[in-house]
Design a protein around this ligand. Structure first.
Ligand code: FES
Ligand code: FE2
Length: 372
């Protein structure tokens, strides 16, 4: 790991390159600066953490397919319990998500009707009912729980950290809304970093979350608490008038003064609490890795003001607008993964403090979970 440079050390970035670009030559691809091994290790550690794979409301009485870190999964309610297995029948490899859940609570494959219990053991091959109870076939089962209206899965038997905390979800003072899931072509940490980036508001969200004529980053503090990175603005941040209209943060007509309070539960979950006086508007966000460079964005909105009747229109519409502004930017970033060598990107003191803290923490997790 390199020592993070200050802005002054980066006056000429070409000095870091063994083959400086010729004058007027534009560097359009930097993928090669991240070696394959570093990229593999970063992606690999996500198996050790909980990720939401679907909203609970999406799961009917039929099995459903999900993907986590490239692993195809079948999610099913079996006898009232959530079960998650490899989406692969032990008999001939058909997708179990094409099957059905029987009244007995067993999952039945659509191809030849083999049945599986909630522990993943095969209970019946209908062609040989005499072997029931003696079959050694089984499907791989994963840790899975429902929380905050989502199905969370961990691909390793021992999750490294608990499921992130979202206390507002269980607080009756808050109305909640589930945002539609969207898929982006980017690495999961890039998306989390985007969610916590204070200095892009003025440009990407000009007129919505920031103002291009005032690009300064508000004073804020960043610190670590166990497996959480905290970021808190010292003073309220002004949001433009349009934000008040679109998001109905408060009854105030005009500019909003927002205190932003972030909890980032490593490695990917963000709980952002935006407060305007006593009015709190929270976003609980997690970009679930489908593959190394593709995420599913899960977002729950919660607020303790306004009407439950209008929360859907006001929060869903607003966030789809904001996400739409971020998406092309984040998908354009190269290398897709965050660089393992922290010296590869430029960090501006008092501006990129969160990013630096986040990346250092990621590197610690990589070294702990995948030691060289
Ligand atoms: S492939 Fe599933 S029962 Fe044959
Ligand atoms: Fe953004």
């Amino acid at each position: 790991m390199g020592t993070p440079p200050t802005i002054d050390q980066h006056a000429d970035r070409s000095t870091r390159s063994p083959a400086p670009l010729a004058k007027n030559q534009i560097e359009i691809s930097r993928e090669n600066e991240l070696d394959v091994e570093a990229e593999r290790r970063l992606y690999g550690i996500f198996r050790h953490f909980w990720h939401p794979v679907m909203y609970s409301a999406e799961l009917t009485d039929r099995p459903a397919r999900a993907v986590l870190c490239g692993q195809a999964l079948v999610v099913a309610r079996m006898a009232g319990q959530i079960s998650v297995f490899n989406d692969l029948c032990a008999h001939r490899g058909a997708a179990l998500s094409l099957g059905e859940v029987l009244p007995t609570g067993e999952l039945q494959c659509a191809y030849h009707g083999w049945r599986y219990a909630g522990d993943g053991n095969c209970t019946l091959a209908p062609q040989r009912p005499d072997l029931a109870g003696q079959l050694r076939a089984r499907v791989k089962k994963y840790a899975a729980v429902e929380r905050y209206g989502m199905v969370w899965v961990c691909l390793e038997d021992e999750p490294y950290l608990p499921i992130p905390e979202f206390p507002q979800f269980d607080d009756p003072a808050y109305d909640k809304v589930f945002l539609p899931v969207s898929e982006w072509d980017c690495s999961p940490p890039r998306r989390t970093e985007n969610y916590t980036d204070l200095s892009h508001f003025a440009f990407v969200h000009d007129g919505f979350l920031g103002d291009r004529t005032r690009p300064g980053v508000p004073e804020h503090r960043v610190w670590r608490e166990d497996h959480v990175i905290r970021m808190l603005l010292d003073k309220p941040m002004a949001e433009p008038r349009d934000a008040a209209k679109n998001r109905s943060m408060a009854a105030a007509d005009g500019q909003l003064d927002i205190i932003k309070n972030y909890h980032v539960f490593m490695p990917l979950t963000v709980l952002l609490d935006s407060a305007n006086g006593d009015n709190h508007y929270c976003l609980f966000f997690h970009p679930t890795p489908i593959g190394p460079k593709r995420v599913r964005n899960f977002t729950i909105g919660a607020r303790n003001y306004g009407s439950a009747d209008t929360i859907h229109d006001e929060i869903v519409g607003w966030n789809e607008l904001v996400y739409g502004q971020d998406k092309p930017i984040v998908e354009s970033q190269r290398p897709e993964e965050l660089p393992e060598d922290l010296s590869m990107e430029m960090y501006v003191r008092d501006v990129d403090t969160f990013s630096l803290t986040y990346r250092r923490f990621l590197l610690e997790l990589i070294d702990r979970l995948d030691p060289r």
